[in-house]
Design a protein around this ligand. Structure first.
Ligand code: PLP
Length: 431
């Protein structure tokens, strides 16, 4: 009695990915109710819109597993993928599986705020590991673990690392290959299990060449594109100590609520059982749409073309925000590193140069600048909202901007307004 007979959805043709091109020459992909018995497809409305399994539909899971093999090729035999309703939920489920009330997990000292909020009600706290422009510092993690004092901390030594290696939220930092190897080595030394959260993996951009140097030519083949990506922790996981979380949120659609994990057979088996009694896997409606697009229409080659398109689109947006920052922000007060991946631009404010730095706390000054920015009509996120551990004193001030969604002229205007807010707060002349 499902009241759905057919589904038609217009999607981009391979290589013609812009909205205008899709409107003009997009392709209508269709699903019928009984395509399976009628021999038209291996997945249809009658199957997708019914109860499914916690793993997600085998049809889409096969495509996802092939994709994972193409991109990461994990270096052990019994790895599997299973679908999730996105990485937010995957982390929630993983923490339920791997931790107990009172435990600490490790993460970057500035981290995805939702991760901290997910852990908190389970009684799980987060220890922040020091970072530089390549994110988490392996040596700092080693030191925390080597000097862990169970009594002083009131908790056993952490054995879970939650990390966002690429285009980290909020800092935009990307771990280079050597950094990833170092982190993996320290994880081996202390027998850590790694939760690798990678929604921004395919938002790795072309290297930044500055405003005047010519841009680096885009990858000309799928092989060149794939080899330009920093290898994942999963791809170097000889021990089966990584659970990688992938998501369609940042590269196809966050509303799909669909992603997947990749891990060893033992961990995937537990996750599947957990999904059976909690999420029950992603919505069949989402899965059918994704299957039609990714398997039947684009397939792997078309999807890689789409990812190259996204890479170049984000490169342009990143370059716009950097040019705006160079033009509108006072360089002696605000500093930044060009992001290599993701959608965030992390701006460091030298609060010590503020005229009231002596009698106001960093937090109060951060609040003041945040409110001034809103008054000027630009919304930036406060760095302190991303502390892994807000019981630790911080003496740095950051704001997170994003170049993901707004049109280019709005990005420029927002940065100009943020610059005005900074100048006002610091008592400088307006530009
Ligand atoms: N992980 C990180 C680091 C994120 O920044 C986000 C989104 O902002 C997510 C996970 C959410 O992913 P999903 O939509 O798959 O739940």
């Amino acid at each position: 009695y499902f009241p759905f007979e057919e589904l038609h959805i217009k999607v981009p043709s391979v290589g013609q990915f812009s909205e205008a091109e899709t409107k003009e020459s997009g392709v209508l992909v269709s699903a019928g109710k009984y395509d399976l018995i009628e021999g038209n497809s291996i997945y249809d409305i009658s199957v997708a819109f019914n109860y499914g399994q916690g793993t997600g539909a085998a049809q889409l899971l096969r495509w996802i597993t092939e994709h994972t093999e193409i991109v990461h090729n994990p270096p052990y035999q019994d790895w599997f993928c299973t679908m999730t309703i996105g990485s937010t939920s995957a982390l929630d489920m993983a923490l339920r599986m791997f931790t107990q009330r009172g435990d600490f997990i490790l993460s970057e000292e500035y981290t995805f705020a939702t991760a901290v909020e997910t852990a908190a009600p389970m009684g799980v706290r987060v220890v922040g590991v020091k970072m530089d422009e390549q994110g988490l510092l392996a040596d700092s993690m080693d030191e925390i673990l080597s000097t862990w004092d169970e009594r002083a901390r009131g908790a056993r030594k952490p054995f879970v690392l939650y990390t966002v290696p690429t285009g980290q939220n909020p800092t935009g930092a990307t771990q280079g290959l050597q950094r990833r190897k170092d982190i993996y080595r320290i994880a081996q030394k202390h027998d850590l299990y790694i939760l690798e959260d990678e929604p921004y993996y395919f938002l790795q951009m072309q290297p930044y060449t500055g405003q005047s140097a010519p841009p680096i030519p885009p990858p000309t083949s799928h092989a060149a594109f794939l080899s330009a990506l920093v290898p994942s922790l999963l791809s170097m996981d000889t021990d089966g100590r990584v659970m990688r979380m992938d998501s369609f949120s940042k590269v196809v659609s966050p509303g799909s609520r669909c992603g997947w994990i990749t891990a060893s057979a033992q961990v995937v088996e537990r996750y599947m059982k957990h999904a059976d009694v909690s999420t029950q896997g992603p919505s069949g409606m989402s899965q059918l749409i994704l299957f039609k697009l990714l398997d039947e229409h684009w397939d792997h080659a078309g999807y890689l073309d789409w990812l190259i398109h996204i890479r170049l689109a984000y490169t342009r947006r990143r370059d716009v925000i950097l040019a705006a920052c160079e033009a509108h922000l006072p360089r002696d007060i605000v500093s930044w590193k060009p992001p290599m991946a993701g959608m965030f631009h992390w701006l460091r404010v030298d609060w010590r140069k503020h005229p009231r730095a002596r009698d106001k706390s960093v937090t109060d000054l951060e609040e003041e600048i945040f409110m001034a920015s809103i008054r000027h009509g630009a919304l930036v996120m406060r760095g302190s909202w991303f502390y892994a551990d807000n019981t630790v004193e911080h003496d740095t001030m950051f704001f997170r901007a994003t170049y993901a969604a707004a049109p280019e002229d709005k990005i420029q205007e927002a940065i100009r307004r943020f610059g005005d807010a900074i100048r006002e707060s610091f008592g400088l002349e307006q530009a």
